[in-house]
Design a binder for this molecule. Sequence first.
Ligand code: AMP
Length: 361
Amino acid sequence: MALIKLQNVEDLYEIGDILGSGHYGQVRLVRELATGTSWAGKFLKLRRSVSSRLGLERKSVEREVEILQALQHSNIMALKDVFESKAEVVLIVELIGGGELFDFIAEKENLSENEAIEFMKQILKGVGFMHGKHIAHFDLKPENIMLLDKEQEHPHIKIIDFGLAHHFTQGGEYKSMCGTPQYIAPEVINYEALSTAADMWSLGVITYILLSGMSPFQGDTDQETLRNIVAMNYEFEDQYFSLTSAMAKEFIEKLLVKNPSERMTADECLIHPWIKPLTRKQAATRSRSSINMKNFKKFNARRKWKMSYNMVWACNRFCRLQLLCKSSAKADEELRGCESDQEDTETKPASLLRRRLSSNS
Ligand code: AMP
């Protein structure tokens, strides 16, 4: 279990190159002086005063630390140490050097459904463990699914970024409007009480994209995307799903279900015949099917292009869209929380913000 240290991180670690960045600060390569081991350091800037809108609230950083401490699983990024000072908190986490799963796949010539399923299984095991601890990630998307080492024969999945995660307590209702448009569940858009099932919707979207290279609800604008989600407006177009097995489509259909309580859970997914075939015939169908690599490569190239523009999504945008916002005092409070980091993007007029909205729809 990681302990919070009040020392200077530099006393114990050498700080190296930037590995990535988010609205909160940066993720950097760090080397432990005592052992020479490399780790990643997530430097989270804290809000200086209650009135300041820059940086993260200490409370939300503490929440992320608590959640990571509770999640010790081989498919979830491990937390080693936490350093805390007045201005920032530094999380020392395991170094995940294999890049994003989607980038790894996009480099391949082809990928069978069988191979895709091996990755899905690992994601589901990580998510199932998280949900078993009553924790929802609330920001599952390709950018947050990484590989420990892409040179391994069977690369190991690691789920990252628990900045929007929530630990449910018994009887506690939780609502949030944060997330990334393409991947958020209808109940998030409708500002309804949330559960871990919202993550299962996102996994349905991720699986759909993985198999076809198409995003099921993507509209020309975020507004249209949100409308499509709420209207459940998606289909399996033959031209993109010609290589996909019927079992895979059924798997997705059981995740893209409007009523959260009727969606498959991670444990149910793990025993769905697409993931765990019951008969030889099912296993054979699966191994004959493959992902639409040509289209997947196109999707990934577009995704990376958007990321390079650092298109960040704002919760307050929900409000401006008006079509989906509920105006309750609680919603206003929530939106204020989500708006809190906007000053960071003043140099990017095109940016849309969300709280730590890591990215890019
Ligand atoms: P996050 O805000 O946690 O999603 O991190 C922002 C970016 O930093 C990610 O998209 C990754 O590229 C990189 N990153 C985050 N955590 C790690 C890690 N443990 N090891 C290597 N790179 C990381």
